[in-house]
Write a protein that binds this ligand. Structure first.
Ligand SMILES: [Zn+2]
Length: 213
């Protein structure tokens, strides 16, 4: 058992390392980096795009205009790592700004309109590498916006994980303390925390019990 496990890990890391050094002139493809809040999605997007830039490829990152949590014209991760970005009103607007661009980054993909998967396909079909980062689930643990479609269409999907703030396990849920507000609520650490399955369920049950009281 142990032996098989170690072979899988070796193969997995080989695969991870080779998939991002494909030559510039290869055909296009889609990569999705998904996970909960605080899972390092944006850091991973920035890392990949920076490496493409080091490889002398022209890159541009887009994000929806509504995402104004930190800075209007930058993609900023929680650890202040950033790259300049292009805020757009709609997914289709991306197509107006990709002349001469080899690698297209898309951040906060879950907030884009329904047109994003088709736009991403168009870009990949035109030979571009598209790196997409987004929340895969909302605060109710439901698949978020266009993310399921993007994950289905992508060649490569990487799910990154946070650490559960309750127990230290691997976390995949964005637990929200506040009961107010709709699905689209942007937040910082005081409103959300990453939780594992067991701690997420426990928290949701407590909130429901609180409502009935
Ligand atoms: Zn936990």
């Amino acid at each position: 058992m142990l032996r098989i496990k170690s072979i899988n890990i070796t193969f997995g890391s080989y695969y991870q390392h080779t998939m991002f050094i494909e030559p510039k002139n290869s055909k296009g493809w889609l990569e999705v980096v998904c996970g909960s809040m605080f899972s390092g999605k944006t850091e991973e997007l920035i890392r990949r795009v920076k490496r493409a830039r080091i490889a002398k490829q022209s890159v541009r990152i887009f994000k929806p205009k509504m995402e104004t949590r930190y800075d209007k014209a930058k993609v900023v991760s929680h650890d202040d790592n950033y790259l300049d970005s292009f805020p757009v009103d709609s997914a289709s607007e991306i197509l107006d700004w990709i002349d001469g661009i080899d690698v297209v980054g898309i951040d906060e993909a879950q907030f884009f309109d329904d047109g994003l998967p088709e736009v991403c396909n168009t870009l990949a079909n035109a030979g571009k590498r598209v790196v997409i980062a987004g929340l895969d689930m909302d605060y109710l643990a439901k698949p978020f916006g266009v993310m399921p479609n993007l994950m289905a269409m992508a060649e490569y999907v990487t799910k990154v994980h946070a650490i559960c703030m309750q127990c230290g396990s691997v976390a995949q849920y964005s637990y929200r303390f506040s009961k107010k507000g709709g699905k689209v609520q942007l937040g910082e650490k005081d409103q959300y925390e990453p939780r594992c399955r067991a701690c997420f369920i426990k928290g949701m049950a407590t909130q429901t019990a609180g409502r009935r009281r």
